[in-house]
Design a protein. Sequence first.
Length: 482
Amino acid sequence: MNKSLFFKSLCFGLALSLVLAAPCITIYTYNPFCFSFTLAYLGIALTILSLSCCFAVCALRLAANNWPHIRKVEFLIVVVCALVWLQGGIFATILPTMPIEADFGDGLFFLSFMQVLAFAFVIGGMVYFRRFIQKHIMRVLLFVILCHLVTIGVSIHQFYPRYPYNKVFSNCFEENNKYTFGAGENVLLIVVDCLGSELFKEELKKYPELEELFKDFTCLEGMRSPLPRTMAAIPAMLTGMTFKYGIEELGCELYPKYILQAFLENQTLMHHLKAEGFRCEGYQFMPNIALATETCFDNAIPRLKHRASDVIMFQVWCQRMMPYFMHSIVSFKWDAKKMFVNEVNTGRIRNMNLKYDQAMNQRLVKEFLIGRTEKAFKYYHLQGAHVALSTNEFLEDCEDTDKYRQLRGSLMILENLFFLLKENNLYDNATIVVTGDHTEYYQPEVATLVKAPGTVKDNMDFDDTSYVLADMPGIIQKLRGK
C-alpha cells in the first residue's frame, strides 16, 4: 500500500472525527460535575468512537482512490469539517445555547437566517478558493487536526478541575427499597422542584382540595434558598452547610470541594438520625447533588455504569452541534425524563419509558412496603414545575400543559403517599417536610411545609419566621422534639 496515500486518507478521517469529538471535551471540562463519569472514561469512549470514524473514512477514501470524482469528495469533506467547526466551536459558544433563550432580532428565525448566511458565505468562499484548497489539502487537514488537538489540550489544562474523583463518583444510589418505610418512625424530606412560595399560593387557589391535603402542616413563609439552584439547595438542606459562592462557581472546583466537605467532614442530618438507629436513604433527581457516601446513606452502592450521564452528554452534544434552523425543522427539545435521572444500578428497568414523576407515582403505589427497620429517613425529589412541562394534573402526557397542572400532578404523588402512610398507621408518627429548592424563575423564596409527629389540625397554618434551607436539619430535629 502507498504509505503517503494511507497517511492522506488517515488525515481525512482524523480531521472529521476531531471536529465532531472536540466539543464533547469542551462540554465536559466546563461542566464536569454534571456528569458521573471521569475525564478518563470520556477520553476512552471518544477515542474508540473517533478511531472508528477515522478508520471508516480512511477505508472509504482508500477504496475510492481511483474514482473519477474523488477530488470532489475530498473537497466536500473539508467543507463539512469547516461547517462543523463553525457550528460547534463558534456559533455554539457566542450565541445562546438553547433556542428559547434567543432574545434579539426575531429570535429563532433571525438566528437561523444569520447562521444560514454565515454557512453560505463560508461555502461560497471555499468554492471560490477550491483550487488553492485542493492543491494544499494536506496542509489544510493538518491545520484542522492541530487546531483541535490544541483546543482539547487547552480546555483540559485551563478548565478541568483537579479533585478526588474516586470519592465523588465511586458510589451511587440503589432503588430496591425506595418505597419501603420504617415500621415505627419515618422522617421524610420531599423536595418538589420549583415549588416557589408564590406558585404554591396560586396552586392552592386553583386546586382548593390541596388545603385538605396539607391541613396538618405548617407553611414556613420565611424560607429562603440562599443560592436558588438545585445543586446548592439540596446539599444545604441535607447537611446544614451553605455553598458560600455564586452561581458561576457551581461549575468550578469549589463545588465538588464543598460537596466533599459537606457530606464527609460535617455532621449532616443523616449522621444525627443514624446515631438514633435510623436507616437513611436518598433518591436524587439529577446526578451529583447528594454524595453517595456510606457514612450518610444506607442505599449507597458501588457505581457500575454511567448510562444517564452518557445520555446527557449525547443530548448536549446534539444540541450544541445542531444549527438553529435545524432546531426549527426537527422541533428539538430536551427530554427531562432521560436528562434528570439519578444514575443508579437498579430501578431503571422498572421505570421503563415513563417520565420521572410518572414512574415515581406508579412505583409508589405498587411497591409501598413496611420494612423490618423500625426507623427510616427518606429524601425524595419530585419534578414539580420544572421544565420540560410535559404532564398534566393527572400525571398524563400532555403537550399543552402548564406549570400549575404539572405541579398538581406531582402533588398527586404526595396524596398517594399520605394515603398509604395513613392506611398503614404510619402517618401520625411521621415527620414530613415538603419543600422547594428554588422558584420556577430561580428565585430564593420557596414554599416549605412541615408536619411534626402527632400533629392533627383542621387547617394549615403559617409561620413567617426567617429561615434558610441550611436550617433544615435543625428544623427537622426540632419537629421531632430533639
